[in-house]
Design a protein around this ligand. Structure first.
Ligand code: LLP
Length: 417
């Protein structure tokens, strides 16, 4: 079971059979904050942010790391990124508002979206967002209406680089036919329009190939099509590096990914340009684990171990067939004894967290930990079956604090009119 430590947040260990995340025993965490809970090892999160910033700076003098907020848009997580010197990429008005609350220097904000509303564009302009990534001509209409004459808004234009990646089709965005951005000829025409606009400052081009990409050459392949768009002060190469979820996956290290990406930049982009990268999943996934309590155990056609969460706090399995690993978090030293199916509490057959895993014989009340749940869990959590979305707890060398509380029953009715 100690194998699981390689998937748990760096700094995790086992103390008398009980898992500790950044010095916090999971049984204590469960007592104090309840389960399910998303537990983030704060030092690991900070270390990863620093690793990204330092490795990028080593390879490109004007590199800027911008955290893709959508992967974990808790204000406290955005604040960690701000404190570690990163910018924030936001997809829409909600993430934009929490970025402002997290204390971002607005100049380091990058606003994305294929369907930005007039309100969102007006708010971004008023907040002083450094870059708005234009996805379509309607964005330009709205920006021209929102920017007062005499000031200018920096923009990037999102280009479809025409790259087929080997990731799940639902998270592939670089191929022709993607709903995001414009094909190079259409992007060129829009760039000419932006260059003529007195209210817009054409800063550069952007591409995002897709998410959970394990081959860095697929990400680096976006550089050449962007270079072919012309010379600009800024090139935003998006995010997309894959994270490790299972024992047999070995995604590239940040350094290897940046070698490939910025190596391609050296070959094709102007040396004085600023390069932006937007990591999300690979920034936050490893720093967190989700803690559940076993609610029922049914040894029948299969050994069903049901927990107190599921697709209400983790949609990755239902949406993308993501595979996870798990362990009984207070019985870490025990040998596996049976094949189990870890299922959630929701009224949906697809609400299976792990379809087949070797575990010690689970019993009601056991704690179950699922590692590598930092990315796209909290952000896509939902209220299906009246589920109260779980808290986010920061563990920091023996000290724990909730940075997002669990929803209350009252929260469930807060929107009733
Ligand atoms: N930049 C842009 C413009 C993006 O659209 C994304 C992710 C990122 C950066 C960050 O990509 P990452 O480094 O996290 O791969 N909901 C899906 C993931 C969708 C990703 C969307 N875009 C999921 O649950 O897996």
């Amino acid at each position: 079971m100690t194998d699981l430590l390689s998937l748990l947040p760096p700094g995790s260990d086992v103390d008398g059979g009980v898992l500790r995340i950044s010095g916090c025993r999971v049984d204590d965490l469960a007592r104090e904050f309840g389960t399910p809970a998303i537990v983030v090892a704060e030092p690991a999160l900070r270390a990863r942010a620093r690793e990204y910033r330092e490795e990028a700076a080593k390879r490109w003098p004007r590199a800027r790391v911008v955290f893709a907020s959508k992967s974990f848009p808790a204000t406290a997580v955005q604040r960690v990124m701000v404190e570690e010197g990163l910018g924030l990429d936001v997809a829409g008005g909600g993430e934009l508002r929490s970025a402002v609350k997290a204390g971002i220097d607005p100049a380091l904000l990058v606003l994305h979206g294929n369907a930005k509303s007039t309100d969102e564009i007006e708010y971004a302009v008023q907040a002083g967002a450094g870059l708005v990534v234009v996805d379509n001509a309607d964005d330009v209409d709205r920006l021209e209406a929102a920017v007062p004459l005499g000031s200018t808004q920096g923009v990037l234009v999102r280009v479809v680089p025409g790259i087929e990646s080997s990731t799940h089709p639902h998270v592939a965005t670089g191929q022709i036919g993607s709903k995001f951005g414009l094909t190079p000829p259409a992007a060129k025409a829009l760039i000419e329009r932006i260059e003529r606009s007195p209210r817009l400052s054409m800063q550069g081009v952007h591409a995002h190939v897709g998410s959970q990409i394990l081959d860095p050459s697929e990400l680096a392949a976006a550089v050449e099509p962007l270079a072919a768009m012309g010379q600009f002060p800024v090139y935003d190469l998006g995010g997309g590096l894959g994270a490790r979820y299972t024992y047999d996956e070995h995604p590239p290290a940040v350094a290897d990914y940046l070698d490939a990406l910025l190596g391609a930049a050296r070959a094709h982009l102007p040396a004085e340009a600023e390069i932006i990268i937007e990591p999300g999943r690979s920034m936050v996934n490893a720093a967190a684990a989700t803690l559940y309590t076993v609610t029922t155990v049914k040894r029948d056609a299969r050994n069903f171990v049901a927990v107190d969460g599921g697709m209400g706090d983790n949609l990755e399995v239902a949406l993308f067939g993501q595979r996870y690993e798990a362990a009984l978090a207070a019985r870490m030293d025990e040998e596996p004894a049976e094949d189990a199916v870890i299922v959630g509490r929701h009224c949906e057959s697809g609400d299976v967290l792990i379809d087949g895993i070797r575990l010690p014989a689970a019993k009601v009340g056991d704690l179950l930990v699922v590692p590598a749940t930092g990315a796209y869990t909290h952000t896509m959590a939902n209220n299906y079956n009246g589920y109260r979305r779980p808290p986010v707890v920061f563990a920091n060398e023996g000290q724990a604090r909730a940075v997002v509380r669990r929803e209350t029953w009252e929260d469930l009715f807060a929107r009733d009119v």
